[in-house]
Design a protein around this ligand. Structure first.
Ligand code: ZN
Length: 357
């Protein structure tokens, strides 16, 4: 795996609605990859790859039919926070952007990004719930799970300095590096930077393709799948593929029927989630292709939560959709963990499909 690329993707911030830096980073990484690229009104980054058919020696008449248009959507936003209040005491209060379990937010280091274009102005802070530490907490206080609004960020600065540097709406991200732990790669925001990673790697390694590929790094997925609809409206593809992560709780305390996916059992082929039922023929096609190419794949369903496939499927006149997922343990924490073989399988399957489409 290219851990350097993955680390750059996960440590470049881009909370929903503040995707500027991650978009610039991905645009730089893909500058020589696409025949054309642009950013739309919402901030989705589009890259177009014109068909590159295999050179053939036969003098067969050239196929003049319009090429099949395949759209791939990978959301580039991450869950995080914005500053909601700058207190007179110098402590910050946060608004969560996307779904957090507050039990995972105790004793975290965060980074506040007061300037979207200038990482040198970033400030690290300490996040904890307000109130007394365990030594002096009451029994009731010890049992309570605080709401996100009850967390504070300590920048270690005098209140006047905090007031000068920080304003309401500044982006805040959790700080965590990339770890290799056994066969797992562990980091924050692998949802969904692992999909950007898979897409970039697959498109770089793609040799020939008869289809026109429309890659879109979408915005604001984590706050209700907001970016993908307007993006697909512009593209109007024949087939739209959503690349994302999914729940993987193959863990002690979770019965097999509730595990969604198994880490290491291959790329996830989504049958349905609460936003979309994927196109039946596409599901069968991907399943058969994985078998034929001996790529490990597993079917999966998610009864709560969805991906960009929802708006991809039902915007404008609609598109046939498929969802390709990377099983992710401890999803929406700073220790999200994916199996390196599942990442490789997703990359291979995407390449195999695009070379044949
Ligand atoms: Zn996601």
């Amino acid at each position: 795996m290219d851990l350097q690329l993955l680390e750059q993707l996960t440590t470049t911030p881009g909370v929903a609605g503040r995707e500027h830096r991650i978009r610039n980073f991905i645009a730089d990484q893909t500058a020589d990859l696409f025949d054309e690229s642009f950013v739309d009104e919402l901030g989705n980054l589009h890259g177009i790859l014109r068909p590159k058919p295999k050179p053939s020696k036969s003098k067969k008449k050239k196929n003049t039919a319009a090429p099949k248009k395949i759209m791939i959507a990978a959301h580039m936003d991450q869950i995080g926070f914005m500053v909601r209040h700058v207190g007179d005491d110098g402590f910050l209060r946060l608004q969560n952007i996307g779904g957090f379990d507050p039990r995972n937010l105790f004793a975290r280091v965060v980074t506040v990004h007061p300037d979207l274009n200038d990482p040198r102005k970033d400030l690290d802070g300490i996040m904890n719930p307000e109130g007394r530490p365990i030594h002096i907490a009451t029994e009731d206080e010890k049992k309570k799970i605080p709401d996100v609004s009850e967390f504070i960020v300590d920048l270690g600065l005098a209140p006047a300095a905090v007031k000068k540097k920080i304003k309401i709406g500044d982006m805040v991200t959790l700080k965590a590096p990339v770890y290799q732990i056994g066969n797992l790669i562990c980091s924050q925001c692998l949802d969904n930077r692992i999909a950007s990673y898979i897409a970039i790697r697959a498109l770089r390694n793609l040799k020939y393709h008869a289809c026109e590929i429309h890659m879109v790094f979408t915005v604001q997925e984590e706050v209700g799948l907001r970016g993908a609809g307007p993006a697909v409206y512009q593209v109007q593809p024949d087939v739209a593929i959503s690349l994302d992560t999914t729940v993987c709780c193959d863990l002690p305390g979770v019965p097999p029927k509730d595990r969604c996916t198994i880490s290491g059992d291959g790329v996830g082929l989504n049958v349905l989630d609460s936003a979309a039922i994927v196109d039946f023929e596409l599901l069968e096609e991907f399943d058969a292709l994985a078998k034929q190419k001996k790529i490990k794949a597993q079917r999966t369903m998610l009864h709560r939560g969805g991906t960009d496939a929802g708006p991809l499927q039902r915007t404008a006149a609609g598109s046939r959709v498929m969802t390709i997922l990377t099983p992710t343990r401890y999803i929406h924490t700073v220790t999200e963990a994916v199996h390196k073989n599942d990442v490789a399988a997703a990359e291979k399957l995407l390449i195999a499909y695009l070379e044949r489409a």
